[in-house]
Design a protein. Structure first.
Length: 303
């Protein structure tokens, strides 16, 4: 069995479960999710239950783990978390997780919070554990078509969402995804995209699509309205749940995205074969190498 410690917002949840799906297909195993973090984590909601993949996964309560196994998994995760914190605070190493990831994967433990893809071993032990972010298509590219289908939204449309979706599908819609919440603005690591990046991204897509209609997605629509002066007419996507916004976003034809896992999935899941995806050429302020979150369809703009 594969036990996944689910953490973070919907975008991160999707990376974790995509990696788990790949392992399940490779090993012929079942996936069980541990969502206990959301009892305490109030910033983001657990939302995978609204996606197609929820019909093929179970929850750790159904795994019938023994008390010893539960304690073992928790202890391993805590130990790795301590190791991670010590290395971060005492060194300037950017890729500190590669060696433990390769070592632990041989024993069925897939722990990786680094921003890079690492090769790993497939070990069909009875108990396997996933803990980390795995933000790279390289982890599941072999099963790209399956992932595309499994991570689409299954929860029925509301009347209001249907109206916006009809608009999007009937136009040359461009999803512009802006991350502007306080956690982003106040982060020296994440705060990469400024107003000029979005303006240039919209200009780039408009230069190739004169009929483009821009739809603005953000975790702080009020801040967008205050800070931005758009030269093109825009439609603000506001008041929707995370999975509803995701569905509206991946229904667009083209994209200008921020350095956000949610933005990444909105663009990645879009079915338009000729989609343009504008992304920032820097995802983090403190990486020494280019992270593996980028994929081939992206057009990178300097930030």
């Amino acid at each position: 069995m594969i036990i996944v410690k689910i953490i973070g917002g919907l975008g991160n949840q999707m990376f974790q479960v995509a990696f788990a799906k790949m392992l399940a297909l490779e090993l012929g195993d079942e996936v069980y999710l541990d969502v206990s973090a959301y009892k305490r984590y109030k910033i983001r909601n657990y939302s995978l239950s609204n996606l197609n993949i929820s019909s093929s996964i179970k929850y750790v309560e159904d795994a019938k783990l023994s008390k010893v196994e539960e304690l073992y998994l928790k202890s391993c995760q805590n130990a790795y978390h301590i190791y991670q914190k010590i290395v971060k605070e005492t060194t300037n190493i950017d890729k500190f997780g590669e060696i433990p990831f390769k070592y632990l994967s041989k024993r069925g433990f897939y722990y990786n919070f680094d921003r890079y893809y690492y090769d790993f071993s497939l070990n069909n032990t009875r108990l396997k554990n996933i803990y980390g972010y795995f933000q790279s298509e390289k982890y599941f590219k072999k099963y790209r078509n399956i992932v595309h289908e499994e991570l689409k939204v299954k929860t029925p449309l509301t009347t209001r969402e249907q109206l916006i979706l009809d608009e999007i599908e009937s136009s040359n819609a461009v999803g512009v995804s802006m991350r502007l919440g306080d956690d982003y603005i106040n982060s020296p690591t994440l705060n990469v995209c400024k107003e000029d990046y979005y303006y240039r991204g919209m200009d780039y897509i408009y230069s190739k699509n004169k009929d483009a209609v821009f739809y603005i997605f953000s975790d702080s629509i009020d801040r967008v309205k205050q800070q931005f002066k758009f030269k093109y007419p825009v439609r603000y996507i506001d008041g929707f749940k995370d999975y509803e916004s995701l569905r509206l976003m991946y229904s667009c034809k083209h994209f200008v995205i921020s350095n956000s896992s949610f933005s990444w999935w909105g663009a990645y899941l879009a079915e338009n074969k000729n989609k343009i995806i504008v992304a920032p050429n820097k995802w983090y302020n403190n990486t020494k190498e280019k992270p593996d979150i980028y994929f081939n369809e992206m057009t990178l703009l300097e930030v």
